[in-house]
Structure formats: structure tokens, C-alpha cells
Write a protein that binds this ligand. Structure first.
Ligand SMILES: [Zn+2]
Length: 102
């Protein structure tokens, strides 16, 4: 997956910005890293916003990427626990969909 790393400090993000919001000096450069990661925290969504009501209940996890100091918010397609290894399954309507790694 693509992440954006500051050329000046240790700031990393999954969203592109013109200048680094942390040090205000560096530019964010696109870097390709593995989408594999570890579940940092998760929550089950039972009352979903209208656009996701048809898939509720579902699990949203905060995933710490293995190869970069970035956390990604993703929808899980399986039950997970904190510390589980997960991998990117795909994108759906702009949302990251993750599944448990083998
Ligand atoms: Zn910076």
C-alpha cells in the first residue's frame, strides 16, 4: 500500500498532504510498503451510519503496519483479537478491508 513519509522528520501518514503537519518543513513523499500489519485495537459496530447499515454489525480495527510507523483504520471481514496478524484484502467504497493472515 502507499503511505506518505516526511522527508524531514519521522511523520508518516496514509493520506497525502502538501507539507508535513508535524514539522511544517518536510514534504511528504509517497512510499510503497507492505499492507500487512497487526491489530492494535478494534471495536464492533452495531449501530452503523446509514451507508453501512446493511453490513452491520461489523468490526473496525486499527492496524499497525509492519513496515512503517503508521496505523490504518480498516473494516475486518473476520473476528480478530489484539495482536492478530492481518493483511489487506481490498478496497471497498474507499474503505480498507482487512482479513486475518494465514
Ligand atoms: Zn516532518
Amino acid at each position: 500500500m502507499k503511505i506518505f513519509a516526511c522527508t524531514n522528520c519521522d511523520y508518516h501518514s496514509v493520506t497525502s498532504k502538501y507539507t508535513c503537519p508535524k514539522c511544517q518543513q518536510g514534504k511528504l513523499q509517497e512510499t510503497e510498503v507492505s499492507a500487512s500489519g497487526t491489530v492494535y485495537s478494534f471495536t464492533d459496530i452495531h449501530i452503523a451510519p446509514a451507508e453501512f447499515a446493511h453490513i452491520a454489525p461489523y468490526t473496525v480495527a486499527l492496524i499497525q503496519l509492519d513496515e512503517a510507523p503508521v496505523k490504518v483504520t480498516a473494516r475486518m471481514d473476520a473476528e480478530v483479537q489484539i495482536g492478530d496478524s492481518v493483511e489487506l484484502k481490498g478496497l471497498e467504497e474507499g474503505a480498507f478491508i482487512y482479513t486475518k493472515a494465514d
